[in-house]
Ligand binder design. Structure first.
Ligand SMILES: NC(=O)C1=CN([C@@H]2O[C@H](COP(=O)(O)OP(=O)(O)OC[C@H]3O[C@@H](n4cnc5c(N)ncnc54)[C@H](OP(=O)(O)O)[C@@H]3O)[C@@H](O)[C@H]2O)C=CC1
Ligand SMILES: O=C(O)C1=N[C@H](C(=O)O)C[C@H](O)C1
Length: 267
């Protein structure tokens, strides 16, 4: 049920038409402005919690960008695929299981000739964060210890951040591939949670502090040395080039793409 009709702007057919889901949120507002300011993109719909994304079917939007909340993003993606759109997702909360269900859905609706819709899900669209995750994954096999600290604004709904979860999983995969065992840790905790969450064997710590936007430190340690990889998003403008790149890329990448690193030439 629509609480209010979805407002469509006039379509400029030579442009890629974009709908933003979660348009009134912190990221949604920034994405609307960025799409509005891009010469090759046309913002045709802004949707929020009171709108039904299925209402986009048959409309002008070709790509939907979802920045909503972890509890609804998967359902949005399935509904948007049913509505015939390509989808870019920045919302967090994805698991191997939910990604698998999107892969299955994409297989069902693909044309069978290598065509069909694309879904691009990225835990972080900021270049510095994408590079930090990549560098951490590459460095992980050389260090005995690795821990992740993510630091965010206090209005963030989830912890650990999607970026930290992905970073930890990548570090764990690189360690496993290199045959590294558990990290050294003789500590007995006096208070639950003192050592943070454990994601695939990697400790992840979440800081929520007024004044922060989105930050992450990856600490890698060996006897007598430490490598610190740090990324800071001081402003949501840091995510916009990556979001716009994803919008342009998703229409020519059928199937599921996870991570902006997949569309960057990182060597
Ligand atoms: N990948 C990346 O680079 C980044 C990812 N993020 C992630 O993006 C997500 C959003 O973050 P942020 O913008 O800060 O959060 P906000 O809470 O500011 O925005 C979320 C918006 O989604 C709306 N919403 C809730 N449910 C629905 C629904 N069913 N359909 C449509 N819209 C809905 C909310 O509306 P209402 O308030 O009315 O409920 C709100 O306007 C988070 O998961 C965050 O972690 C954030 C920054 C960068
Ligand atoms: O909620 C946020 O703000 C952010 N969410 C994403 C995450 O959880 O990793 C990306 C970035 O850290 C900002």
């Amino acid at each position: 049920m629509h609480a209010r009709p979805i407002a469509y702007a006039a379509r400029v057919t030579s442009h890629l038409s974009v709908a933003v889901v979660g348009a009134h949120g912190r990221m949604g507002r920034a994405v609307c402005d960025a799409v509005d300011g891009a010469p090759d993109l046309e913002l045709v719909a802004r949707l929020d919690a009171s709108d039904d994304v299925a209402g986009l079917a048959g409309g002008p939007a070709q790509v939907a960008v979802d920045f909503t909340v972890p509890s609804v993003t998967e359902a949005n993606v399935h509904a948007l695929l049913d509505a015939g759109l390509h989808v870019v997702v920045g919302t967090t909360g994805w698991t191997e299981e939910s990604l698998g269900r999107v892969r299955d859905h994409l297989a069902e609706v693909s044309s069978g000739t290598g065509g069909g819709p694309g879904v691009l899900i990225a835990p972080n669209f900021a270049l510095s964060a994408v590079l930090a995750m990549t560098f951490a994954q590459r460095a992980a096999r050389f260090f005995e210890s690795a821990e992740v600290i993510e630091l965010h604004h206090p209005n963030k709904v989830d912890a650990p951040s999607g970026t930290a979860m992905t970073t930890a999983r990548h570090i764990a995969a690189a360690r496993a591939e290199a045959g590294l065992g558990p990290m050294p840790d003789a500590t007995e905790t006096q208070v639950d949670g003192a050592r943070g969450a454990v994601v695939d064997g990697v400790h992840v710590h979440a800081v929520r502090l007024r004044g922060l936007v989105a930050h992450e430190e990856i600490l890698l340690g060996n006897p007598g040395e430490q490598l610190t990889i740090r990324t800071d998003s001081f402003d949501r403008s840091s995510f916009m080039p990556g979001v716009l790149l994803a919008v342009r890329e998703v229409v020519r990448r059928p199937g599921l793409t996870f991570g902006l690193d997949q569309v960057l030439d990182l060597g």
